[in-house]
Write a protein that binds this ligand. Structure first.
Ligand code: NAD
Length: 496
């Protein structure tokens, strides 16, 4: 499957195969419109074949000792290191993020593979005393079966790794549908897993659209676990559609993340953190800082500095060293982002900079949107409530700490939050009171590490967490085991 080939297939049961219906779709670069490749537009029938292959493979894979499964993941991690540069180059072409961030995306998968590879020698359960004599109690983690993995395009190597790697170490097999905008990276991910020694059928990739491939994975009776990262709307649909089979559903959804800047903050640091969090990956991160909640004493100063910093950012193709902000993913995204500029204006917020599609000046056919800052935003406005998923952020003025926390918490999402302050007491109160799955102190809203839980409260998900030890809870079931070595019938809880 050389990248130069341009025409790609599904990977089912260890074989590269076309979609059963023979249809295809294209992946194109958002930076240039260049054709990246043609991929199978698969149907329910293709999913069924992949699930059958994964079901067969599960019977052996679950019995492979976990340390051996871990060794394969260590090899995979090393292969990701060996291919870090070519994967990053491909990523910058296929989805647009700048090279430094694309390398970071691959690095997250390296970190996850090594972390979970080591888990092969742990996967700790508990042993406990028994109520009865001559009896032994323990709990162990059991694999569950075939895991359906459905991913978005914004972290096309990292997010598949957060799901597939822990699923594998726990002894599950996988049917993977990569995002329709980044199929080539999904395909490369699986190729490298195969090269690392993952046996045929253990990981299968089925390309195609959410309504066909994704939906069939979600409804398939032999897929007991579905893990999805995507929008809130998709999450709600997936949860409903999986309900008939009472599946384990793991959802990582949207965000409306806030940075709080208090009156004692280091403003230079805050500006750097906000610019990185709001405009990195063109604002297309679930953890992007799309709200900045600022104490009135420093509001004017911070606003002025942010506008200067945003206007300095250079737009361009992600592979050019001078580029700070790459394109956004596709035409629908440009339209959605721009519609929020109109909404913000109509709501009475002040457009301080940006607010337009960028073209000319070396941008060619690329899909670029100028980094956009709104001032005088009220917490209830739509631009301060809804996920825009683009390079747009909203400045909200507050009088004190309590008002800042109220505003930060006053949205339906609860992924990431941040506070800039030099006051340790207020920092600790924020850590306690900000209702999000992640809180940063004196840093922006982005930059999670793989050995801590990742995910959010409220509508950002359904109570699960990705990464760290928490991921193991998604991909295993607990079994409690009682071994009676007394040689007689001992009855728990029965008075003798
Ligand atoms: P999306 O919801 O449009 O698509 C996500 C995936 O779901 C895609 O593979 C898509 O094909 C598939 N899908 C769509 N409809 C489906 C259906 N009915 N059944 C099954 N699968 C279906 O999201 P996107 O535009 O790819 O990604 C952006 C969204 O992802 C944003 O909301 C962002 O916040 C979120 N996100 C969340 C996290 C997190 O960890 N919380 C991380 C990254 C992105």
């Amino acid at each position: 499957m050389a990248v130069a080939e341009k025409s790609f297939r599904n990977y089912i049961g260890g074989e590269w195969v076309d979609a059963s219906g023979g249809e295809t779709f294209e992946s194109r670069s958002p930076a240039t419109g260049e054709l990246i490749g043609t991929f199978p537009k698969s149907s329910a029938e293709d999913v069924d074949r992949a699930v059958a292959a994964a079901t067969d493979a599960y019977e052996d894979w679950r019995l492979v000792p976990a340390p051996k499964r871990g060794e394969i993941l260590f090899t995979f991690g090393q292969l990701l290191i060996d291919h870090k540069e070519d994967l990053a180059q491909l990523m910058t072409r296929e989805m647009g993020k700048v090279l430094a961030e694309a390398r970071g995306d691959v690095q997250e998968a390296v970190d996850m593979s090594f972390y979970m590879g080591g888990e092969g020698r742990r996967l700790f359960g508990q042993t406990t005393p028994s109520e009865l004599r001559d009896k032994f109690n323990m709990s162990v983690r059991m694999p569950i079966g075939v895991v359906g993995v459905i991913t978005p395009w914004n972290f096309p190597i990292a997010i598949p790794s957060w799901k597939i790697v822990p699923a594998l170490i726990c002894g599950n097999t996988v049917v993977f549908k990569p995002a329709t905008d980044t199929p080539l990276l999904g395909e490369r991910f699986v190729e490298l897993l195969a090269e690392a020694g993952v046996p045929a059928g253990v990981v299968n990739v089925v390309h195609g659209f959410g309504g066909d491939v994704g939906d069939r994975i979600v409804r398939h009776p032999d897929v007991p676990v579905v893990t999805l990262t995507g929008s809130r709307e998709t999450g709600v649909a997936v949860m409903k559609n999986a309900a008939d089979h009472l599946k384990h559903v793991h959802l990582e959804l949207g965000g409306k993340n806030a940075v709080i800047v208090l009156d004692d903050a280091d403003l230079d640091l805050a500006v750097e953190g906000i610019v990185w969090s709001a405009f990195g990956t063109s604002g297309q991160r679930c953890t992007a800082a799309s709200r900045v909640i600022v104490h009135e004493a420093v509001y004017d100063e911070l606003q002025g500095r942010l506008v200067v910093a945003a206007e300095r950012l250079r737009l361009g193709p992600g592979w050019e060293e001078s580029t700070d902000v790459g394109p956004v993913i596709n035409r629908n995204a440009i339209e959605k982002i721009h519609s929020y500029t109109d909404i913000g204006r109509d709501e009475g917020a002040s457009l301080l900079t940006g607010g337009e599609v960028a073209s000319g000046d070396g941008l060619g056919e690329g899909l670029y949107y100028r980094p956009t800052i709104f001032g005088d935003v009220e917490p209830g406005m739509r631009i301060a409530q809804e996920e825009i998923f683009g390079p747009t952020t909203a400045l909200i003025r507050v009088r004190d700490f309590d008002e800042a926390v109220r505003a930060a918490n006053g949205v339906r999402f609860g992924l990431s939050s941040s506070i800039f302050t030099r006051d340790v007491n207020r920092a600790f109160r924020a850590m306690r009171d900000l209702n999000t799955g992640i809180t940063y102190v004196n840093a922006g809203t982005i930059g999670a590490e793989v050995h801590l839980p990742f995910g959010g409260t409220k509508d950002t998900g359904n109570g699960h967490r990705e990464a760290g030890q928490a991921a193991l809870d998604v991909f295993t079931e607990w079994k409690s085991i009682y071994v009676d070595y007394s040689g007689r019938l001992q009855r728990a809880q029965i008075d003798d």
